[in-house]
Design a protein. Structure first.
Length: 281
């Protein structure tokens, strides 16, 4: 029973309607940004962006392009609402997080507009479940103003390189110090934990380095407690783009390939730790 073939009931007009043959493509991406209970969803003709923030210091965005969906229709220029991400994930995995081989949970998602719930139709093995999730007024989101013209340094690493770094560095440290430079050490990660200081260097010609564009030497520190949520996306990803602007704001953009080989992105923005003075560096 393909949901994409089911027209809306007569008289109903959806501001947003979308269908997926495999709901796991959506739930795995949403889990990568699930470090707070609520998220803000923005749908445009380009696709769906789900944003989660914490303490006005970190923002995570999951981008699901319209092409990922079998059907994706937005009747307005943009459709925006706030929703409980925890409840949404519970609904998407109502048939369990792992399907039997050869089976998947099909999803049809409908939203009539402001004040209406988000309605999910989930079907697996001929069983259909309907979930209605209350939506809320969206809150104003942080604008990190991270356009490409303001990027000072950028590198692209194979994700395994960053996964190894987080496994080797001392995560009892309160901060992760990142040095990016056109000269040695090029790209350095440092921690200052119970066991002392630890540094991990990546030369610009490392096999793990896919691109290296550093214009000036920058050293910034970021609270590890803010960066830890991004490891959920790191585990799923194959590549990560690491960018900084002149103020030291950090962008981590993870490229994630789903089971069907389609590409999606999860991006984290993080403020530098302002408690660190230049003298300490």
């Amino acid at each position: 029973m393909p949901f994409s073939a089911q027209p809306p009931a007569s008289g109903e007009r959806y501001a947003l309607s979308a269908s997926l043959d495999n709901a796991r493509h959506l739930s795995s991406l949403l889990r990568a940004v699930h470090f707070q209970d609520h998220a803000t969803c923005l749908a445009t003709t380009s696709g769906l962006r789900v944003t989660v923030e914490d303490a006005k210091c970190i923002q995570a965005n999951a981008f699901i392009q319209a092409e990922i969906f079998q059907e994706f229709s937005v009747q307005e220029e943009s459709v925006m609402f706030r929703i409980s991400l925890s409840v949404l994930l519970d609904c998407l995995t109502i048939f369990g997080t792992s399907s039997l081989p050869g089976t998947s949970t099909a999803l049809r998602m409908c939203y009539q507009g402001y004040g209406y719930p988000l309605v999910l139709f989930l079907e697996e093995g001929g069983v259909v479940t309907v979930c209605k999730i209350n939506t809320q007024e969206p809150e104003e989101l942080l604008d990190f103003d991270f356009c490409s013209t303001k990027v000072v340094n950028k590198i692209i690493l194979q994700s395994e390189g960053l996964r190894e770094a987080f496994a080797e560095l001392d995560m009892t440290s309160e901060v992760l110090q990142i040095t990016m430079s056109p000269d040695k050490p090029y790209f350095r990660l440092s921690t200052f934990g119970n066991a002392g200081s630890a540094h991990l260097d990546y030369p610009r010609d490392s096999d793990l380095m896919e691109a290296f564009h550093c214009n000036q030497t920058q050293t910034n520190r970021y609270k590890i407690s803010l960066l830890k949520p991004s490891t959920k996306a790191l585990v799923l990803s194959c590549k990560v783009s690491i960018r900084t602007d002149a103020q030291g704001f950090l962008s981590l953009q993870y490229m994630i390939r789903n089971e069907d080989g389609q590409i999606c992105f999860v991006e984290y923005y993080c403020c530098p730790d302002e408690n660190i003075t230049e003298a300490e560096l």
